[in-house]
Write a protein that binds this ligand. Structure first.
Ligand SMILES: Nc1ncnc2c1ncn2[C@@H]1O[C@H](COP(=O)(O)OP(=O)(O)O)[C@@H](O)[C@H]1O
Ligand SMILES: [Mg+2]
Length: 754
C-alpha cells in the first residue's frame, strides 16, 4: 500500500541523493530538474524541487522519476526516443528536454530550418543568454535520442474523461499499430486456411479423375508450406494479442488506482470497502471482454467477410441457408439479452454485498472475536451465499433456454448443410460439381461458427456494459484531482482564519459547523474542546481540505484555502488521529512513509521529538523492526508515538492532533504531552482533546458547542468567564474542586498547572 518508490536496501540511505544534494539546498540544481522546472513554468506550473522522488541508486534523475514528478503536478509527460530529423520537424514552440548521455539535460527551444540546426539552451544557464545552434553531428556526440515530452492541461484533462465504453475504445485504439498487425495476420491466416479447401477441390476434380500422382505431390508440398506459414503466423498473432492484452491491463490498473486514490475521503466513508473493491474488480470482466471476445470476434469477422464471397461463388443456395440459420440463432439470443442483463445486474449486486460481509468480518475480526459474534457473522454470510447461489441457478436456467433453442440451428450449420449438399449431389443435373461442394463443406463451418458466436458476443457485450456501468459508478465520481494538481503553492507561516464558516455533512439536517469565525496567528498552540459531536473533528477536516463544500472562507496566511493546491496543503499539514494506520514495513519506513528528501537522521530526530525513540531502541531490530498489518506487535501508545513521529518528520507548518492521546494509558499520554511543547515550537498546532488537562499549555483554547464557537482564550481566562469550560474543567478535576474537600486537601494552585 505504501507509495514508496523502492524498498531501501539495508545500507543505502534515502539521503544518498536527497533534496539537499541535488535540488537546491547546498549545491546548484541538477540540470535535469532545472530543465523540467523550466518547461513546467513554460506551461504555467511551478514545480517544487523538494517534491521530486529521486531514486538513490541512480546517478541522475531518470526519465520515469521526472515523468512521475510532472504527472503529480497535473502536467502530461512522457519519455520517448527521437532522432534529429524528428526533432527538427516538430512545430510546437514548447521546449523539449534532451536527456543527454552523461546524465545532464539540454533544452531545445527552437529550430533553424535553413541551416538545419536545433537551438539549444543549457537549463542552468542564464535566461538572457542566446540559445546555441547545434547541428546533427555535434548533438549526436552527447545525445542518443532520449527526450522528455511535456504538455499542459489539455492532455492532462484526458485522464478525467468519464470511464465508459468509448474511453476504453480509445485506450485500445492507442495500440492501433498492433491491431493492424493482428488484422493483417488474420487475413493472411484466412487465406492460408482456404488453401486446403481449394486443394481438396482440385484434388477431387483432377487427381481422382486423371489419377495424377504428380499433382497430388505438388498439393502435398504446397499444403506443408502453407501449414508452416500458418504455424508461424498463428504464433505471432497470439503473441500480439497477449502483448495487447497485457498493455491494456497495465493501463487499466494504473487508471483505476489513480482514480480511486483521487476520490475524496467522503466517498470512502460512505461506501463499504468490500463493495467498492468488488465493483472495481469488475473491470477485469471488461478487460477479458476487450481482449477475449471482442478480439476474437474482430478476427472472426475478417474471416467471414473474406470467405462469404467465396462461399457464394461455390454454392449460393447453401450459403443462404447458413446465413438464415445464423440469423435465427441471433434472433433467439437477442430475445434473451434483456432479461439476462437484468439478471447480471442482480448477481453483481448480490456478489458485492456478499464480499462486503467477508471483508468487514476480516477487518473487524477483533471485535467479532471479542464479542463472540462469529455465529452471527456466519449466519449473515450463509444468507448472502444462499442468495447468490439461488441467483446463479436462476441465471443458469435463464441462460439454458437460448442455448437449447439455438441447438437445432447450430446443428444445421455443422451437419445439416452437409446432408443438404449430399442431397444436391445425388439429385444434381451435372451443374453442381462435386469438388466445389466438398470445398464448401470444409469452409462452410468456418463461416457458420463465427456467425453463431456473434450472437454469443452480443451477450458478452451486454455483460461487459453492465460491468462498465458498475465500475463507472465509482470511478466517474468527481475526484479531487483538479484541486490536487492546480492552485497556489505558497510557503506557509501557519496563520489560520475561519470567516463565517458554515458546513453541513451531506444528508444531515443540522449544520456541523455554524457561522464559525476565529483567527489565530502563526505559531499558536490552539486547543479545541467541546462535547462529543460539537464539531471539533469537523474543524480539523475542513482545515485538511477533506470536506470542501462549506460556505464562508477558511484562510491560511490570508489566502483562501480554495485557491491552494490541495496536495501542497496536506503536505504542509501534519495530522495525527486517534487511531492511525501503520503500513506493513519497518519502523523507519513507516516514519518516512516514502516521502522524498527525508533522511534516516530526520526520522530519528522525529522519533525523539515524539518520545518514540526510547521504545524503538528497545525493539528487537530497532528502526528496522518490521511492523505487521494492524501492527499487533506495538502497544497503542507506541503506535501513537510512531504516528506523531511520522507527522512531524516532514516538519509541517501546521500540526493537527485529533484526540491523538485520548486512547492512551496515562503514562503514554504523559509522555506525549510532555513533548507537545517541544513539538509545537515553530509551528501552529491544533490540538483536539476531551481531556482539558492536556490543553492547559495551549496559547488559546476554543470552546465549541453544537458547531458554534462559544469562547476563545487562554485557560485562566476561560475558567473565569466561560461557563461551559468551567463546567467541563470542574467535572474533570473534581478532586481539585475546592468545594469538594472531602477527598482532597485544597491545592488550588496546582490545578492551574502552569
Ligand atoms: N461523516 C459524517 N457524516 C455525517 N455527519 C457527520 C459526519 N461526521 C460527523 N458528523 C456529524 O457532525 C457533527 C460534528 O461531528 P464531529 O466534528 O465529529 O464532532 P466532535 O469531533 O466534536 O466529536 C456531529 O453531529 C456528527 O454526528
Ligand atoms: Mg471528534
Amino acid at each position: 500500500m505504501t507509495d514508496a518508490p523502492q524498498t531501501p536496501g539495508p545500507n543505502d540511505e534515502f539521503a544518498a541523493l536527497n533534496a539537499a544534494s541535488l535540488s537546491g539546498g547546498s549545491g546548484p540544481l541538477h540540470s535535469r530538474l532545472a530543465a523540467v522546472m523550466f518547461v513546467a513554468r513554460y506551461h504555467g506550473v511551478e514545480l517544487d524541487p523538494q517534491s521530486v522522488r529521486l531514486d538513490a541508486r541512480e546517478e541522475a534523475p531518470s526519465s520515469p522519476v521526472l515523468v512521475d514528478w510532472l504527472r503529480e503536478s497535473g502536467l502530461w509527460a512522457r519519455g520517448a526516443f527521437m532522432n534529429f530529423r524528428q526533432l527538427m520537424k516538430i512545430d510546437d514552440p514548447a521546449p523539449i528536454i534532451l536527456l543527454l548521455n552523461d546524465g545532464e539535460a539540454a533544452l531545445v527551444v527552437g529550430r533553424d530550418r535553413e541551416n538545419n540546426t536545433l537551438l539549444v539552451r543549457d537549463p542552468r544557464g542564464s535566461m538572457s543568454d542566446l540559445p546555441v545552434a547545434v547541428d546533427e553531428l555535434r548533438i549526436k556526440q552527447v545525445w542518443s535520442g532520449a527526450v522528455l515530452l511535456i504538455r499542459a492541461a489539455r492532455a492532462a484533462a484526458e485522464e478525467d474523461q468519464p470511464f465508459n465504453l468509448a474511453m476504453l475504445g480509445r485506450l485500445v485504439w492507442i495500440e492501433k499499430a498492433t491491431l493492424r498487425d493482428i488484422a493483417i495476420s488474420s487475413v493472411t491466416l484466412t487465406i492460408l486456411s482456404v488453401i486446403p479447401a481449394l486443394m481438396v477441390m482440385s484434388a477431387l476434380n483432377t487427381v481422382i479423375q486423371y489419377h495424377s500422382v504428380n499433382t497430388l505431390m505438388l498439393i502435398v508440398f504446397v499444403m506443408i508450406i502453407a501449414m508452416i506459414f500458418e504455424m508461424i503466423l498463428t504464433w505471432g498473432r497470439k503473441m500480439m494479442e497477449i502483448i495487447l492484452g497485457s498493455k491494456l491491463d497495465a493501463k487499466l490498473n494504473l487508471l483505476i488506482f489513480d482514480r480511486l486514490m483521487t476520490l475524496p475521503i467522503e466517498f470512502f466513508e460512505k461506501n463499504q470497502a468490500g463493495e467498492v473493491a468488488y465493483k472495481v474488480q469488475q473491470i477485469y470482466q471488461v478487460r477479458n471482454f476487450l481482449t477475449g471476445s471482442l478480439m476474437n470476434t474482430f478476427i472472426d469477422m475478417i474471416m467471414v467477410l473474406l470467405l462469404l464471397p467465396l462461399l457464394f461463388y461455390m454454392n449460393a443456395t447453401l450459403t443462404w441457408t447458413i446465413l438464415i440459420a445464423a440469423a435465427c440463432i441471433a434472433l433467439i439470443i437477442g430475445i434473451y439479452i434483456g432479461p439476462m442483463a437484468l439478471m447480471m445486474a442482480r448477481i453483481i449486486n448480490a456478489e458485492s454485498a456478499k464480499s462486503s460481509v467477508l471483508i468487514e468480518s476480516i477487518y473487524g475480526i477483533r471485535t467479532v472475536k471479542a464479542l463472540a459474534l462469529e455465529p452471527m457473522r456466519a449466519a449473515d454470510w450463509d444468507r448472502r451465499v444462499a442468495e447468490t447461489t439461488a441467483l446463479n441457478i436462476e441465471a443458469g436456467e435463464l441462460g439454458n433456454w437460448p442455448a437449447t433453442l439455438t441447438l437445432p440451428f447450430q446443428r444445421y450449420c455443422q451437419v445439416g448443410v452437409l446432408l443438404l449438399g449430399a442431397y444436391m449431389i445425388i439429385t444434381s443435373n451435372s451443374s453442381v460439381d462435386v469438388g466445389s461442394l466438398f470445398g464448401f463443406m470444409m469452409l462452410g463451418g468456418r463461416v457458420a461458427g463465427p456467425l453463431v458466436s456473434l450472437a454469443g458476443f452480443m451477450q458478452e457485450f451486454q455483460r461487459a456494459q453492465s460491468s462498465i456501468g458498475q465500475v463507472g459508478a465509482i470511478l466517474n465520481r468527481p475526484t479531487e484531482k483538479w484541486a490536487l494538481t492546480h492552485g497556489l503553492r505558497p510557503k506557509f507561516a501557519g496563520e489560520i482564519e475561519f470567516d463565517d464558516v458554515t458546513f453541513r455533512y451531506e444528508g444531515t439536517k443540522t449544520p456541523a459547523l455554524e457561522k464559525m469565525s476565529f483567527k489565530v496567528p502563526a505559531g499558536t498552540m490552539l486547543g479545541l474542546v467541546g462535547r462529543s459531536g460539537s464539531g471539533k473533528s469537523t474543524v480539523t477536516r475542513l482545515l485538511q481540505g477533506i470536506n470542501r463544500d462549506y460556505s464562508g472562507a477558511i484562510k491560511i496566511d490570508g489566502t483562501d484555502m480554495r485557491e491552494i493546491n490541495l496536495r501542497h496543503l496536506r503536505k504542509n499539514f501534519g495530522m495525527v488521529l486517534q487511531d492511525n494506520f501503520l503500513f506493513r514495513g519497518s519502523v523507519r519506513d513507516n516514519i518516512i512513509a516514502g516521502r522524498p528528501g527525508i533522511s534516516f537522521e530526520d526520522a530519528v530526530l522525529a522519533a525523539r521529538l515524539a518520545g518514540a525513540e526510547e521504545f524503538i531502541e528497545r525493539l528487537p531490530n530497532g528502526y528496522n523492526t518490521f511492523i505487521q498489518e494492524g501492527s499487533p506487535n506495538l502497544s497503542g501508545g507506541q503506535k501513537q508515538r510512531l504516528a506523531i513521529a511520522r507527522a512531524v518528520v516532514s516538519d509541517p507548518r501546521v500540526l493537527i492532533l485529533d484526540e491523538a492521546t485520548s486512547a492512551l494509558d496515562p503514562e503514554s499520554e504523559a509522555l506525549v504531552n510532555a513533548n507537545l511543547l517541544r513539538i509545537a515550537k515553530g509551528r501552529t498546532m491544533v490540538i483536539v482533546s476531551h481531556r482539558l488537562s492536556s490543553l492547559i499549555d495551549c496559547d488559546l483554547i476554543m470552546v465549541l458547542d453544537r458547531g458554534r464557537t462559544i469562547d476563545i482564550g487562554p485557560h485562566d481566562e476561560l475558567v473565569e468567564r466561560c461557563a461551559i469550560y468551567r463546567h467541563l474543567w470542574l467535572q474533570q478535576n473534581r478532586h481539585l474542586d475546592p468545594t469538594n474537600r472531602r477527598n482532597n486537601p485544597p491545592t488550588p494552585t496546582l490545578a492551574q498547572g502552569d
